[in-house]
Design a protein around this ligand. Sequence first.
Ligand SMILES: Nc1ncnc2c1ncn2[C@@H]1O[C@H](COP(=O)(O)OP(=O)(O)OP(=O)(O)O)[C@@H](O)[C@H]1O
Length: 328
Amino acid sequence: MRKGDMHGSPAVRARGITKSFGDVVALDGVDLDVAHGQVHGLVGPNGAGKTTLLGLLLGLAVADGGRLEILGTPVGRTLAVPDGVAGFVDGPGLYPSLTARQNLSALAALARYDTGGATGVDDALEQVGLTDVAGDRVRGFSLGMRQRLGLAAALLTKPRLLVLDEPANGLDPAGKNHVHRVITGLAADGTAVVLSSHRMDDLAALCSEVTILAAGRVVFSGPVSKLAAESGELDYRLLTSDPAAARRLVSQTPGLRVAPGRDPAARPDADVLVVRGPVPAIDELVVRLVRAGVALRELAPVVTPLEAAFLALTGTGTVPTKADREDL
Ligand SMILES: Nc1ncnc2c1ncn2[C@@H]1O[C@H](COP(=O)(O)OP(=O)(O)OP(=O)(O)O)[C@@H](O)[C@H]1O
């Protein structure tokens, strides 16, 4: 058993955390529990308080009120990165004129980490998929490469709590694979990971638990599976060989209706219906379509159950996408 979990204390225990910036209440009585070895996602609309909360975990700011315990130690009133914690918010701090390898060596030397020397640095670069550009200056790095280098820097410290703000931001599919593998590997070794994301697919793939924040308050905290169950009715895209018959069968199936408006993702010429209802009613519709000899060509949720729960719980009209973020 690692230090910090000896007395059964979680990696993070926050109770009633409050934080304001002038008149703006960023966090309003937030509770958070993160177990060792858990990947915990923070999600919420823009301005919900995610970055503020992550900043508190990293010791970049102190809460106005409430109790925060990190790795079994109560957090005091002074600004300092708690022992065993690594990560970054608002992008990693890097030296643009140094190469990726020099950045990691410099950070390790500054903080006097026992990284295992050059091997530790090269290993960290390999884990995040930056070996090929290890000798390139960071000035020319893309956002995704900087994110991965920031993660490599965090790895050098062998953290027991890793805190990441939007780690998937700017990543191409290969970069995302590296980051996902690193995070799941760390969690398997007992490291707790708290990350924020606007990407529901990332959250579903990575996190066992999520906390949804809206306007500084927790509106849900718990397993992803429980969240998906909260979505109730979902919209499905339905494409069949006979749209008119399908529409009739939808209206005859208890609990189902054709949702108003078109699926924005549908091709303009496609005879796609958007059908709204709970999962058992959708199952029943499939049986009825088959019995009526109507071929089913596509049946898929318009948004994932996780997205639907997010929309329902936060009262937002849309799920903020990565594109939304990058437009800002
Ligand atoms: N340093 C600051 N000074 C003033 N207001 C701040 C500061 N940091 C955060 N806020 C405000 O606190 C609220 C929460 O901000 P925060 O950045 O934590 O939200 P977020 O959930 O991370 O949002 P986003 O998804 O846009 O990154 C917002 O209203 C924001 O404007």
